[in-house]
Every structure is written in C-alpha cells, then in structure tokens.
Design a protein around this ligand. Structure first.
Ligand SMILES: Nc1ncnc2c1ncn2[C@@H]1O[C@H](COP(=O)(O)OP(=O)(O)OP(=O)(O)O)[C@@H](O)[C@H]1O
Length: 299
C-alpha cells in the first residue's frame, strides 16, 4: 500500500458533535445478562494486521502488524508522535471517534475482526477496555457507582447481589479494595490520583474485558502509585491480555514480556522497527535505532 488511502481504506464516520465520550455514544445498547458465575473472562489474543491510519490526508501509521498474545503484557514504546496512541485507539475502535480519521487493515480478537460490520461496536468496547493517561472517574459518583458505570453503559444487567460481588471483585483485582471497602458510597473524585487510576481500572474490569489497553497509565502518578499500578498489571495479566503505551523504559522492562518499538522518521508514517521478547530487545536489540532508543540516545 502506498502513502495514500487505498481502495481498501475504511473511512470512518465522524462522531456527532457534543458527544462526551465513546461510552456516551452507546445510547441504546442491547441488554446482556451478567453471567451467574463471576469466573474470570477468557484470555484472548489480539492481532493487528497491516494497520495504516490517517488523520485527513496525514498518514500516521503504515502497515503495522503486531500479535499481542493472550495472558502477557505487551509494551508499545517509541518517541513522541510515532503513532503509539493512535495504534492503541485503533485496537478498540476509538480512532473512529475523530472526525476525518481513516484506517486500513484488520484487528482480530481471537481471529474475529472487530471492525466486521456484523459485529456490534458495544461488543468491541466490552471485550477491549481502555485506561487513559489521566484518571477520569466520574467525580460526583460514588466509588461503587463508578465501578458499575460501565455495566449500565454497555447494557449489562445484574442483580444487586451480583453487583456487590462484582464491585468487590473488580476493586480487588485493581488493588484498591482494602483501601476503599469502608467508604464505597464516598465520591470517586475524593480519592488520590493513584487511587482514582485504580478505580478506573476497576471500572474497566467490571465489564469483564478480554483485553485491557493502557495509554501511559502512570504518567500522571507519583512513584509509589506507579509501583502499585505496575503490581496490579502483573497480577491482571494472568486473566486479561494487556497492551500498554509507555515512555518509561524501566517501566516497559518491569511490566512487559513483549515489546514493540515504533518509529516515524523524518515525516514518514509510524512503523514498528522491531518487536519481540522485552528482555532480549533491551539487552541485545537487533536494529541500531532500537539500540539508540532503549539506550536513551534519542527520544
Ligand atoms: N486527533 C488528531 N487529529 C489530527 N492528528 C492527530 C490526532 N491525534 C494524533 N494526531 C497526529 O498523529 C500522529 C501520531 O500521534 P500519536 O498521539 O498516535 O503518537 P504517540 O506516539 O502516541 O505520541 P506521544 O508519545 O507523544 O503520545 C502525530 O503526528 C499527531 O500529531
């Protein structure tokens, strides 16, 4: 494919102005029953095949392919502006929220294309959750309501005892339960920054995603909160496939088992220069540009 939009490019519909968020778009979701057993969700492999992306005429990714295996943490690293966040947002159909956004290629969740027109957008968003750089709980809602907010918005129905169990389960997995169990009715906005981020992780987990995308989740946090979130990630990777964008090389080395190095040199669209086992990439990178980046010589 060349550097312009090909016939196979999917031109995505712009989102109507004034809509607050992706979740806010889901006005009339189909109703799903919460499974009676609160068993962990099934692990899933996420595979991006030949992803190209544009904002208007500006191409920002060129035929990027990456398999993100089940049950491990994949870190996306690279200098500012090389398309890491765009790639991440394509993985759960958030790229299409930007007017003028376009993409080509496929994203397969256990072999099924999340962009297949017969698949519901709500299903992709339930299966593939997202945690952002800046914690974004609903500040006036209680801690409990924050955890359950995603259920309502994705149309999942649950009994009140199931909800109580789900709140405890999600907060425990997010490493926050012990700190908040005595004040579940207190507003989410009253928590510290690190606690708010873990509340957002709990909110994502409550809809039982199979993949969790994290876009620089610790960049607004202090070192102690960062360490707690990193420990949480390591625990979660046993049951949710995790993909994290990070600028922090030490963090990538600590939390991920696989790493992908993105680069957009001299105005060209972003590509993956090298990917593979994190330790191997940090200790003996194959490409000299990777060596220069992980060695702190640029970016
Ligand atoms: N909403 C948008 N509209 C237009 N261009 C955009 C938009 N979002 C990102 N871009 C452009 O796409 C390119 C890739 O941006 P992206 O945020 O994906 O890079 P990144 O590697 O995540 O950067 P950073 O590490 O600084 O967050 C940049 O040139 C950026 O200016």
């Amino acid at each position: 494919m060349s550097n312009h939009q090909s016939d196979s490019t999917v031109v995505l519909s712009p989102v109507p102005a004034g809509r607050p968020s992706s979740i806010g778009l889901l006005a009339a979701p189909p109703v799903h029953e919460l499974p009676p057993s609160l068993a962990p969700s099934r692990l899933a492999e996420l595979r991006a095949q030949s992803i190209s992306a544009w904002f208007g005429k500006h191409q920002v990714l060129d035929r990027v392919s990456l398999t993100m295996p089940a049950g491990i943490v994949t870190a996306l690293i690279g200098p500012s502006g090389c398309g890491k966040s765009t790639f991440l947002r394509i993985l759960n159909r958030m790229h299409e929220l930007v007017p003028s956004a376009a993409l080509a290629g496929e994203v397969l969740l256990d072999g099924q294309d999340i962009y297949d027109p017969s698949r519901r957008l709500t299903q992709a968003r339930r299966d593939i959750g997202m945690v952002f750089q800046k914690p974004n709980p609903f500040p006036a809602m209680s801690i409990k309501e924050n955890v359950l907010a995603g259920l309502k918005l994705t149309g999942v129905r649950a009994s009140s005892s199931d909800k109580d169990q789900l709140v405890e389960e999600s907060l425990t997995k997010a490493g926050l339960w012990r700190e908040v169990r005595d004040r579940l009715g207190a507003p989410g906005g009253g928590l510290s920054g690190g606690q708010q981020q873990r509340l957002c992780i709990a909110r994502s987990l409550a809809v039982r995603p199979r993949v969790l995308l994290m876009d620089e989740p610790c960049s607004a946090l202090d070192p102690t909160s960062t360490r707690v979130i990193e420990e949480t990630m390591t625990e979660l990777a046993r049951e949710v496939t995790i993909v994290i964008v990070t600028h922090n090389m030490q963090q990538a080395a600590r939390v991920s088992q696989q790493c992908a190095f993105f680069l957009a040199s001299q105005g060209t669209p972003g590509v993956i220069v090298e990917h593979g086992d994190t330790q191997a990439m940090f200790q003996s990178p194959q490409d000299e540009r990777t060596a220069a980046y992980v060695g702190g010589r640029f970016g």
